[in-house]
Each structure stands twice: as structure tokens, then as C-alpha cells.
Design a protein around this ligand. Structure first.
Ligand code: HEM
Length: 395
């Protein structure tokens, strides 16, 4: 089957890639895309293998002759393990649980602004600011500046366009360069402040941290801030907005949840499976790898397509059915293995607070635009704008 590069860029596919995945997975679970010179893995077993086998699949794009930002997510052990150890303390279940009251307060504040209106942009007015403010406060960057961080995050994410070699790739690289310079100046000033006056935040911990007896460099601290601003916000925003899309398309499941609110944790897992916020991740082969009767040569870009793996009929019964009681649900929306998402407990906590709040306010809601605007980065799934109409709160 021929896959055209455009297939992955069109707004229709950006909104609903799943029928295309189904066709590709059924034809061949491993597919070489000649325009990107990328090997795409569409099935669950193959995708999980690429995530787990870090001896043969590197997270560094340099291994495939490409570039990537200097972030832990693109590093291999032993450096990745050391850097991960450094910030894991901020993400322990106890540390995360302590954030619940503040998340609840923010969620209610944001919804109080819109509940009487009868219409809102779920993505722009709720699902985006909530995780952005939470992660900003955790890092210790001024949360009122979240729209600026969001812009930075959008530009960084668009680096996904660099997998193509066209003009979109050149534009994405140039935009990233200018944002990186701006962020670098901004974060350097904050680092200086923390050196002079330590606070109880992640930035101070990074400034004071040592790996192998050496302090982190300014570039490494900047890398962490960039990674956390992107990873901590984009994905969770999409999880919350995608939940609204799932319930809008499956009103029976919303009724079921209203009747049995204790199903909420399972419903969140099902949204993660059904509309995975991260649709694919990046790997590069360190050596020739045999998979599904083909050989992926060494030094090639590999894309384990998480969003397709999570719809694999060999693993999930009726994979295209949104079922909030699904059991078991071994989705890989947070990845697998040594790079398993560090922020998973935070994302789950945020969703478990935000969604009941949001659904309680959006009485009898409907999505106002069938062609809602998809995120522009290629490897994530969710809306940039999601206008909904609902019955306003009685005054
Ligand atoms: C629904 C929300 C989220 C989803 C679906 C998600 C998904 C993922 C995935 C798939 C990976 C693995 C990447 C790979 O193997 O290459 C990952 C890693 C990571 N995530 Fe998340 N994430 C979410 C929320 C968060 C949050 C809230 C944070 C931080 C506050 C975060 C921080 C990270 C970090 C730091 C890594 C890198 C871990 C490493 O390289 O060892 N994520 N995430």
C-alpha cells in the first residue's frame, strides 16, 4: 500500500487518523515511508518492542543522522538514567498528591469564568491553561506568563515537522532557533535569581543538583525547562479535550459515567487509549533490526505509532469502540520501558480533577464545530480550539 506524505498532514487525518492506521496495520504492521525515510510501526507488539529494546533502538535522533533538542527524552542510558533520577523526586506519588488542592482551585477558577456563558472553547479556555499553570508553578516560572510559554511550547512541538525534508521542516527549525534563544535568555535570568535566592521549586533543585559530582550546565537546565513545559502541558491538555470529544461522540458512555462516577479512572485510561495524546514517538536503529519479516537497516528513523498500537485488534477487543469500563486496558499511551512517562501520575491526577468539574458544568453539551482545529504538531492528537455549547448554569 502506498502512503503519501500528505496523508499525515491533512486536517482530516489530523482529526481522525484511525481509519488510515487500521488500513496500514492490516496491510503491513511495519512500513517504510520513503518521503521521510522513516520506518513506521503500526502494531502493538512491534511498537512495544521498539520502546522496550533500548539496546537496539536509540532515543537519540543523532543515531539516524538527524538532530534533536538536548533533552533527557532523546538520551540513552547511562546519561538518561542519571538525569531522570534527578527530577524523579519531584514526581513521586506523594509529591504529586500534594498538588491536588491547588489543581482543584485552578480548575474551579477557570470554569467559574465561563459557566454562565453557555459556550466556551474547551481547549483554549480550560484544557490548555490548567496544566500550563500547574507545571509553571512546579518549575517555578511565573505562571501568569503561561500564554508565552504556550507559544514556546507550540514552536518546539512543531519540530515534528522536521521529519519531512520540505519547506515546513526548514520553517520549523528556524522558528525553534529563535524561540530557543529567547527562552535561553529568560531561563538564564531565572537561574541567576535562584542561585542568589533559592526557593522551594524544581528550578532551584536543578540549579543545586549534581550529576557525577558536576553541576548541571545552563544548557542542561534549559533543556529540562523546555522539556517539562512541553511535556507537562501539551499532552495533558489534549487528554482533557480529547475526553470531551470522546463523550460527545459516545453519549451512551457519558450517561454510563454520570450513573457510575466511580468509573472515572477507567474512563481516563480509555481516553488515553482511544485518542492517545502522543500518537508517535521517535527512535533510531543502532544496528540492523529484524521485524515482521523485514530488516530495518542501522541508522534509520523509526516511529512506533502508539495511537495505532492502542487500536490493535490482536490486543484490544473491539478496539474502535470507546468503552469506559474496558478491562484489561494495557495501553501504551505513556510509553513503556525506561522512558515511561515521568509525569503520568500528574497527568492522571489533573484529569481526575478537571474532568468531573468540566462535565458537571457542561450540561447537555455539544461540540459546536464539526471541523474543529487540530493541533499542528504531527505526533500529537488533540484540538487547538474546541468550541462547545452547553446549558448555562441557572442563575
Ligand atoms: C496525558 C498526558 C501525557 C502523555 C500521554 C504523555 C506521554 C509520554 C510518552 C509517550 C513518553 C515516552 C516518550 C518516549 O518513549 O520517547 C513520555 C515521557 C515523558 N513525559 Fe509524558 N506524557 C504526559 C504527561 C506528562 C506530564 C504532565 C509531564 C511532566 C510534568 C510529563 C513528562 C515527561 C517526561 C519528563 C518524559 C521523559 C521521560 C524519560 O525520557 O525518561 N509527561 N510521556
Amino acid at each position: 500500500m502506498i502512503v503519501r506524505t500528505m496523508d499525515f498532514f491533512s486536517p482530516e487525518i489530523r482529526r481522525n487518523p484511525f481509519p488510515l492506521y487500521d488500513r496500514l496495520r492490516a496491510a503491513a504492521p511495519l512500513l517504510h515511508e520513503p518521503n521521510f525515510d522513516a520506518w513506521m510501526i503500526f502494531d502493538y507488539a512491534g511498537a512495544k518492542q521498539a520502546l522496550t529494546d533500548h539496546d537496539r533502538f536509540s532515543s537519540s535522533m543523532f543515531a539516524a543522522g538527524r538532530r534533536n533538542p538536548d533533552w533527557m527524552i532523546f538520551l540513552d542510558p547511562p546519561r538518561q538514567s542519571k538525569l531522570r533520577g534527578l527530577i524523579s523526586r519531584a514526581f513521586t506519588p506523594k509529591a504529586i498528591a500534594e498538588l491536588a488542592p491547588r489543581i482543584r482551585e485552578l480548575s474551579r477558577e477557570l470554569l467559574d469564568k465561563v459557566s454562565d456563558r453557555g459556550e466556551m472553547d474547551v481547549a483554549g479556555e480550560f484544557a490548555t491553561p490548567l496544566p500550563m499553570i500547574v507545571i509553571s508553578e512546579m518549575i517555578g516560572v511565573p505562571s501568569e506568563e503561561w500564554p508565552r510559554f504556550r507559544h514556546w511550547s507550540d514552536v518546539i512541538l512543531k519540530l515534528s515537522h522536521t521529519i519531512s525534508a520540505g519547506s515546513a521542516a526548514a520553517a520549523a527549525s528556524a522558528d525553534y532557533f529563535s524561540v530557543h534563544t529567547e527562552m535561553s535568555a529568560y531561563v538564564t535570568a531565572l537561574v541567576e535569581e535562584r542561585r542568589a535566592q533559592p526557593k522551594d521549586d524544581l528550578l532551584t533543585r536543578l540549579v543545586q543538583a549534581e550529576v557525577d559530582g558536576e553541576r548541571l550546565t545552563g544548557q542542561e537546565i534549559l533543556g529540562f525547562v523546555e522539556l517539562l513545559i512541553v511535556a507537562g502541558q501539551e499532552t495533558t491538555s489534549n487528554l482533557i479535550a480529547n475526553a470531551i470529544l470522546c463523550f460527545a461522540a459516545n453519549p451512551d458512555q457519558l450517561e454510563r459515567l454520570t450513573a457510575s462516577p466511580e468509573l472515572m479512572p477507567k474512563a481516563i485510561e480509555e481516553v488515553l487509549r482511544f485518542r492517545s495524546p502522543v500518537q508517535w514517538v521517535f527512535r533510531a536503529t543502532k544496528c540492523d533490526v529484524e521485524m515482521h519479516g523485514q530488516t530495518i537497516p542501522a541508522g534509520k528513523l523509526v516511529l512506533p505509532i502508539i495511537g495505532s498500537a492502542n487500536r490493535d485488534p490482536l490486543i484490544f477487543t473491539e478496539p474502535n469502540r470507546f468503552d469506559i469500563g474496558r478491562e484489561p486496558n494495557p495501553h501504551i499511551a505513556f510509553g513503556h520501558g525506561i522512558h515511561f512517562c515521568l509525569g503520568a501520575p500528574l497527568a492522571r491526577l489533573e484529569a481526575s480533577i478537571a474532568l468531573p468539574d468540566l462535565l458537571a458544568r457542561l450540561r447537555r453539551f455539544e461540540v459546536a464545530e464539526e471541523s474543529w482545529e487540530p493541533r499542528s504538531a504531527l505526533h500529537v492528537l488533540g484540538p487547538t480550539r474546541l468550541p462547545v455549547r452547553f446549558a448555562p448554569r441557572p442563575s
